[in-house]
Design a protein around this ligand. Structure first.
Ligand code: HEC
Length: 147
């Protein structure tokens, strides 16, 4: 009775096969902006949501569970971010570095696509995917049951 239709946006999958190798080296001289200086707003999170859907969801899944066809076909074992325990022990800076520099089969997110502030917003967005036992303000646009 809890079966939800699996939402797989085919367009998103196409991105996985687009040439995503950005040859530009990661600039080492630009220190990551301190997270505290980043303002998280509904607008910045909406932007992060869009960026996530285009650049990340194909592998990590729209809900962050990491259970995607691409993860399977590329033999990647991705963390399940819907489990609150997954990211709880990982410092922001570790996540920042993974996103900016890439990790294993994950391509780095170049500065041209996401400024430091955008990356911090992505991290906030990813952390908000955890299903908390208590009430969570996760922006889940589940349509109200009709009829
Ligand atoms: C091509 C598939 C792919 C894409 C696209 C991708 N990732 Fe990843 N991601 C991975 C893999 C593989 C790992 C490493 C998993 C591991 O080390 O266990 C990873 C690890 C991470 C980590 C480190 C924490 C963790 O769960 O291991 C973060 C944070 C992350 N990704 C965020 C992102 C964000 C944000 C984007 C979009 C900007 C993104 N990823 C795009 C495949 C991908």
């Amino acid at each position: 009775m809890l079966t939800k239709p699996l939402l797989l946006v085919p367009a998103v999958i196409a991105f996985a096969f687009a040439p995503m190798a950005a040859p530009a080296p990661v600039s080492q001289d630009a220190p990551a902006a301190a997270k505290s200086s980043v303002k998280i707003t509904p607008e910045s999170q909406a932007k992060a949501h869009k960026l996530y859907e285009v650049d990340c969801a194909m592998c990590h899944g729209a809900n962050g569970s990491g259970k995607t066809d691409i993860a399977k076909s590329m033999q990647m074992t991705l963390d399940d971010w819907t489990d609150p325990k997954t990211l709880a022990g990982k410092p922001d800076q570790v996540l920042f570095d993974a996103i900016r520099k890439g990790k294993d089969k994950m391509p780095p997110e170049a500065e041209g696509r996401a400024k430091n502030d955008d990356v911090w917003n992505l991290i906030h967005y990813i952390r908000s995917m955890a299903k908390e036992p208590a009430a969570s303000p996760a922006p889940d646009p589940a349509p109200a049951a009709q009829q």
